[in-house]
Design a protein around this ligand. Structure first.
Ligand SMILES: Cc1ncc(COP(=O)(O)O)c(C=O)c1O
Length: 452
């Protein structure tokens, strides 16, 4: 029998350990020569012959490692990326060695059972209706698509139409409403589902990007309403109680994109910000953002379990009809990796109190950033209610200059945004690895660049 040389995985471990050890001190973005060197090396045609695995690894480490962004480290503050918790990273390696197909019980009892537990734990953690069904997705884009597909199914079924069987040609129209501040991937999901990007009615928001409860249009027919926990810039959440009242009067479906903001529901200090969130019909979140599991990992929850199952399920002669929860009845994908294992490991290692500490800690760091900017005379444009800070250094040209300079210094990484029409820099604190000292070092670098 062919065997894996144990030296190979040890070599991978040592290389990974060296990479991780260097993270706190290396430049957060890779330097341009490293990227150029990789581009030149990796762009070669497919070689004719084989290469021993230890050399494959050595080449990868030598050329690609230096061209990575240090987003696994403590001072990457772009795009709500998060790092990878030790237990989750290690579990991911182990699960990769297991190479499980999380399609169904028969293909992996371990993956199916662990995912079921993770669903139950997550519903407890977020205090969502325990009857929800769930699906493990590649991220929030697919989790939003999953929730919205179930919404489409449920509303059309009530109108006597099966979207899955008959498609949307000739179907009754479903009105769709979405916050004008919805993440663009929500409109993308609506487009993919045939609900149209352009026919969405945008709902007005306030100065923090929350849907304005006083500006809700009249709902004349059962509709899909897309709301948000955690504005992608400022971090504020929509008023879910008001939205749930608005939806229930017309039999509408309330969907929440909580890619990172749903995690506010997991800690008592922030729960008020999302009060009423449990009254929605579907929720999307990412585990690869604030829970700090490796990419790619999102979860969709749908209160009407049948709606999700009828949307996603399919039959084949070789597949079971009855029995325990089969993951493929609920997911867009059939075969897929067992991403629930990493989520389980993260939750098992943190426990409820560890999740609270992770979320609260990131928010504390965000407030420290904001206080530092304000003390230095710069404008923080958002109310820092979560892990997001939007800071402006002046006009467009000045923000562009400061951000380019910060990225060039490499102590930390932050990107540009526009907030309520103003150019700004966006900081998202979402890594378990970030400590107060990292905030102070980053602040010092940003202020040095801002002062020119
Ligand atoms: C609010 C929000 N929704 C959706 C997404 C898309 O998530 P993903 O990239 O995991 O698909 C993001 C990503 O930043 C987000 O912040």
């Amino acid at each position: 029998m062919r065997r894996l040389d144990p030296a190979l995985l040890l070599d991978a471990t040592q290389r990974a350990q060296r990479y991780i050890d260097a993270l706190p001190e290396r430049s957060v973005p890779p330097d341009a020569p490293a990227v150029a060197r990789l581009a030149q090396w990796v762009g070669r045609p497919l070689p004719d012959g084989p290469l021993p695995p230890e050399q494959v690894l050595a080449e990868l480490d030598e050329f690609a490692g230096p061209a990575t962004m240090a987003s696994a480290g403590p001072r990457f503050f772009g795009f709500v990326v998060g790092g990878a918790l030790p237990a989750s990273l290690a579990a991911s390696w182990l699960a990769n060695a297991w190479d499980q197909n999380a399609f169904m019980h028969a293909s992996s009892p371990a993956a199916a059972l662990i995912e079921q537990t993770v669903l139950g734990w997550s519903l407890d953690l977020f205090d969502l209706p325990r009857e929800c069904a769930g699906a493990f997705t590649t991220g929030a884009t697919l989790a939003n698509l999953t929730g919205l597909a179930a919404a489409r199914h449920a509303l059309l079924e009530r109108a006597g139409w099966s979207a899955e069987e008959r498609g949307l040609f000739g179907a009754p129209e479903i009105p769709v409403f979405a916050s004008e501040e919805s993440h663009p991937t929500v409109r993308k999901a609506l487009g993919v589902l045939g609900l149209g990007r352009a026919r969405v009615t945008s709902v007005a928001t306030d100065d923090q990007g929350r849907i304005r409860a006083d500006a809700l249009p009249r709902l004349t027919a059962p509709s899909i309403v897309c709301s948000q926990a955690g504005n992608v810039n400022g971090g504020a959440s929509d008023p879910f109680d008001a939205l749930a009242d608005w939806c229930s009067a017309s039999g509408s479906w309330l969907h929440v994109d909580g890619a990172f903001g749903l995690w506010a529901a997991a800690t008592p200090s922030l729960r008020d910000q999302v009060s009423g969130i449990e009254r929605a019909d579907s929720w999307a979140t990412d585990a690869h953002k604030w829970l700090n599991v490796p990419y790619d990992s999102g979860i969709a929850f749908v209160k009407d379990a049948n709606a999700l199952r009828e949307t996603m399920s399919f039959d084949a002669a070789y597949l079971p009809v009855d029995g325990p929860r089969e993951p493929f009845h609920y997911s867009i994908e059939a075969s897929r990796r067992a991403r629930g294992i990493e989520i389980w490991a993260a939750l098992r290692s943190l426990g409820r109190s560890g999740v609270e500490a992770l979320i609260d800690g990131c928010c504390r760091h965000a407030r420290r950033f904001a206080a530092g900017f304000e003390a230095a005379g710069f404008s923080v444009l958002n109310d820092v209610v979560l892990n997001q800070v939007v800071v402006s250094f002046g006009d467009e040209a000045e923000n562009t200059r400061v951000i380019a300079e910060v990225q060039r210094e490499g102590v930390c990484w932050c990107g540009p945004t526009r907030w309520r029409g103003q150019p700004a820099m966006r900081i998202s604190v979402s890594s378990w690895a970030t400590e107060e000292e990292d905030v102070d070092r980053s602040l010092a670098s940003i202020l040095r660049c801002a002062r020119g």
